[in-house]
Design a protein around this ligand. Sequence first.
Ligand SMILES: NC(=O)c1ccc[n+]([C@@H]2O[C@H](COP(=O)([O-])OP(=O)(O)OC[C@H]3O[C@@H](n4cnc5c(N)ncnc54)[C@H](OP(=O)(O)O)[C@@H]3O)[C@@H](O)[C@H]2O)c1
Length: 258
Amino acid sequence: MRPPAEMKLDSSLPRPFVFINMAMTADGKISTVNRAISSFGSKRDFKHLYELRATADAVMCGARTVDLNPVTLGPGGGTFMKRRVKNGLSPSNLRIVVTGTGSVNPSAEIFKHRFSPIILLTTRACHDDRRRSLRPLADELHDGGDSEIMWIETLHWLRARWGVNRLLCEGGGALNAALFQAGVVDELHLTICPTIAGGRNAPSIAYGPGLPALEEASRMKITSAKRVGAEMFLTLSMDRSLGSPSSCPPAPDHSKIS
Ligand SMILES: NC(=O)c1ccc[n+]([C@@H]2O[C@H](COP(=O)([O-])OP(=O)(O)OC[C@H]3O[C@@H](n4cnc5c(N)ncnc54)[C@H](OP(=O)(O)O)[C@@H]3O)[C@@H](O)[C@H]2O)c1
């Protein structure tokens, strides 16, 4: 996937379709309080993750998720790469790491795997010394705001510059919270795992400053629910009309999960 030589930001075009995929405990946590464990899902849940990646032009994570886990955000091997091509996508997805201040660890696992472009979404609050150490690790560093990413503009930029029609966000909670707050989340895929982790300060799927009133909450509706083995696979859609944000293939139908 290469950016076009000429880039025009046409805000009359729809922004990319944004969907989030997360696995959480039955008490709503996405990791233990010490952040040591965040993988609560089964093998089936991991397959589900790759199935969703196979419908996305780009996969995105926040800096702490990339620091704390040996993730590569890749397509997951030959079967899924073939599926991507069948879906009209490139064999490997673009990878995006959000690091407003550039605090992401340059030694993180993702930077050791060069199979597809890596974009770092930074802000103007990222100091020059951090920029210097991050630049060689990324195919592009893009300032998406002053101290926080301006999501609407940045999503339009991702579409115009890198051809992103479907963007899959895989957490963590801080990044998800910012996307919900910006009102750009179209769909949420949630796996509920039969584990109780506890921990007052353990992160949840939208781990931000929170909202003062229910009227400001993101309203979603459950569009699919399926129990497979010990887990529940849910899909929730934003309860509003966005027109047709993407011409790319839709995410897999949960009724086909087996
Ligand atoms: N169970 C699951 O499905 C799942 C999935 C993913 C992650 N996790 C777990 O969740 C935990 C990490 O979550 P987290 O909430 O602590 O961190 P996170 O969302 O992964 O990363 C937070 C960082 O991302 C950057 N960032 C996020 N939103 C931004 C915005 N709007 N503008 C600018 N920068 C932004 C900031 O980087 P800078 O500090 O550089 O500014 C921020 O400190 C880990 O324990 C991880 O393993 C679980």
